[in-house]
Design a protein around this ligand. Structure first.
Ligand code: ADP
Length: 286
């Protein structure tokens, strides 16, 4: 077998890394609920109009994925989401040859699909991906808007509607896991800050159906826990955790129990810290 043949067979046998099979989703038919927290909708719209790639910055659970889905609806564009991880290779994004019934056929990866279809490509936590994977984005993220498919010998020009979006959690990354300036400086940064307490309560109530005062009391718990970040807590409680707690309340669970299960237990495995958090819950909810 030729070296090329062996390479193709090996590629075909290698399963795609998990998360790499991004599916092209049509634009959401219904408006996804998204409560803007600043001027992110306007900035994203302007960036998309000018074909500038976007980096969404914010902690986990602050609404980045929901925002992208909302923008896909607003701009009526298909969406491809890829959860990045340290095993993700450039081929997982761009595509590979597969052996099918004795033939070798090129199969576009999720990024290539998005580039051709004029979709929004959302690469979640891109910083987790290997550097040789990240550099694939460079010619796509500047005004060339090109995706080279080296193995297929093709240079794909991005569809005019193609929009590249990556997310980044600045608090979570270690120094070794920073995006290189050569990558960062190609992107328009949009910071998704934590919403004001009354806005966060509105989101929790709207997402789950709990009464607004109940949502507000869950937000108060989070507000008291958030300062513990960096004093033992690796992550502060996100809006997502409050939504989970509110869902339990909506299912008939006592709010303090709901907070302990959905918030405290999700934030730490350290029994002492968990006990401290439980005390905060009890003191806040009375
Ligand atoms: P991220 O992608 O930043 O980790 P998500 O977009 O998955 O976070 O948000 C987690 C959950 O929090 C969402 O499913 C939604 O219920 C809620 N959420 C957070 N922020 C908002 C917002 N601004 N508008 C609507 N829902 C929000």
């Amino acid at each position: 077998m030729s070296a090329r043949g062996a390479e193709l067979r090996e590629l075909a046998a290698a399963p795609a890394a998990p998360g790499a099979r991004g599916l092209l989703e049509p634009p959401p038919g219904e408006e996804p609920y998204y409560r803007p927290v600043g001027d992110e909708v306007e900035v994203f719209t302007a960036a998309a109009r000018d074909r500038l790639p976007v980096v969404l910055k914010g902690p986990t659970g602050c609404g980045k994925s929901r925002f992208v889905r909302y923008m896909a609806w607003r701009l009526a564009r298909p969406l491809v989401t890829v959860a990045c991880h340290d095993d993700l290779s450039a081929s997982d994004l761009t595509g590979r040859y597969l052996v099918r019934g004795g033939d070798t056929v090129w199969q576009d990866g999720p990024l290539t699909e998005a580039v051709r279809a004029g979709a929004i490509a959302y690469l979640d936590e891109l910083v987790e991906a290997r550097q040789d994977t990240v550099v694939v984005l460079h010619p796509l993220a500047d005004d060339r808007r090109l995706l080279p498919l080296e193995r297929a010998g093709e240079l794909v020009a991005a569809h005019p509607d193609f929009q590249l979006v990556i997310s980044y959690n600045p608090g979570y990354q270690s120094l070794a896991k920073e995006l290189k300036p050569s990558t960062r400086q190609r992107f328009i940064g949009i910071e998704l800050a934590l919403p004001a307490p009354e806005v966060e309560a509105e989101i929790v109530a709207r997402e789950t159906g709990v009464p607004l005062p109940t949502a507000a009391s869950l937000v108060r718990v989070a507000q008291r826990i958030r300062p513990l970040r960096d004093r033992g807590l690796a992550e502060a409680p996100s809006t997502r955790l409050l939504v989970h707690a509110a869902r339990l309340v909506q299912a008939g669970i006592d709010p303090a129990v709901a907070c302990r299960s959905a918030v405290c237990a999700a934030l730490t495995d350290d029994p002492e810290l968990e006990a401290t958090l439980a005390e905060i819950v009890a003191a806040t909810l009375g």
